[in-house]
Design a protein. Structure first.
Length: 335
């Protein structure tokens, strides 16, 4: 009897999760799952994961750890063990995507674009970076480094890859393929706030695809691009913050979406131009200029955790954009 129980345990350990099978394409054992804390994936997921992927033009949707959950009942696997299997499934899928994209692509987890789930950072790590388990990603330094993070492009791998191969920039590809999808909430009146774009220059999107407005939330990377009353979700590389009562945002990804051109000299000087309006900032300096007229800032452009952040209201209004602030929801609309 004891031997029988031991055999069952051995069988349980021997069952491969969906993620492990996917991970075999990388030649990696998924011991790396232990690098992530399963407690981070809290009970709101109720021990279930619905993962949607596209493989060779076929949409596959299912729970990659369904078998393990059966074992949880029969052989008393703990929640912690099941969560580790979920992490392994995510890592395995991300590694297959890193190698086989666009033939293999993660689309959704639990009904949300993967970029908006708790698994986003680990997927991003497998796609773009290297550690002791992996080689440097072939996508580093290509437009895919930015395009992977745009939820509106999920499921469009073939088209995206073809445009990258044709030499198109990330901005051009987003303009061609990014389409509005979801109805959007409105934001109210105005107050204080200041934000803007990220730390490298980026081409402005084509006018036809340029949003009418952006809706951001302090403390969140997720935001909405709104055009003709319709919005689609997108991600900033770092969340807006409030410093000295002033809202700051990444140097790239905000005003440039609304038609401004950003030039950064790689040091301390930043120039933002839209039409006949020009705003000049210097990192950590409270002196700024709009068309060569000097102003004093309540909070200057700064670098936080490797990201350059600039004051939204000052830059936006200097470019004749409008900023509306909703204190209740901590939301900002720029248009």
């Amino acid at each position: 009897m004891k031997l029988f129980k031991n055999m069952k345990k051995i069988a349980a350990v021997g069952v491969l999760s969906f993620g492990l099978i996917l991970g075999m394409f990388t030649g990696q054992a998924l011991a790396c799952a232990d690098c992530y804390n399963p407690a981070d994936f809290h009970s709101s997921y109720n021990m279930t994961m619905r993962m949607k992927v596209i493989k060779n033009d076929i949409v596959i949707e299912g729970d990659p750890c369904e078998t393990q959950k059966k074992f949880q009942k029969e052989w008393k696997l703990t929640d912690d063990e099941i969560r580790k299997d979920y992490v392994a499934a995510v890592i395995g899928s991300a590694r297959e995507m890193a190698i086989m994209y666009p033939k293999y692509e993660i689309i959704e987890i639990d009904g949300k674009p993967w970029q908006l789930t708790p698994y986003a950072e680990m997927i991003k790590k497998e796609l773009l970076y290297s550690d002791k388990y992996t080689e440097p990603s072939k996508w580093l330094g290509t437009p895919m480094e930015e395009l992977f993070l745009d939820p509106s492009l999920n499921g469009k791998g073939k088209e995206v890859f073809a445009l990258v191969e044709a030499g198109k920039t990330a901005a051009e590809i987003k303009a061609l393929l990014g389409k509005p999808e979801v109805k959007e909430p409105t934001v109210q009146n105005d107050n204080q706030g200041k934000i803007e774009s990220k730390d490298k220059p980026q081409e402005p999107a084509a006018t036809a695809a340029r949003p009418d407005s952006l809706v951001l939330t302090v403390g969140k990377k997720e935001y909405s691009e709104v055009k003709d009353g319709i919005s689609r979700p997108a991600l900033l590389e770092t969340e807006p913050i409030v410093l000295n009562g002033v809202t700051l945002v990444p140097l790239r990804g905000v005003v440039d979406k609304l038609g401004a051109e950003i030039t950064w000299d790689g040091g301390t000087k930043i120039e933002v131009v839209k039409g006949d309006k020009k705003v000049n900032l210097t990192l950590n300096s409270d002196k700024a200029f709009v068309n060569d007229q000097e102003y004093t800032l309540a909070s200057p452009a700064v670098v936080k955790e490797g990201r350059t952040l600039i004051p939204l209201r000052f830059v936006s209004e200097g470019l004749r954009l409008t900023v509306n602030w909703d204190a209740k929801t901590q939301s900002i609309m720029i248009r």
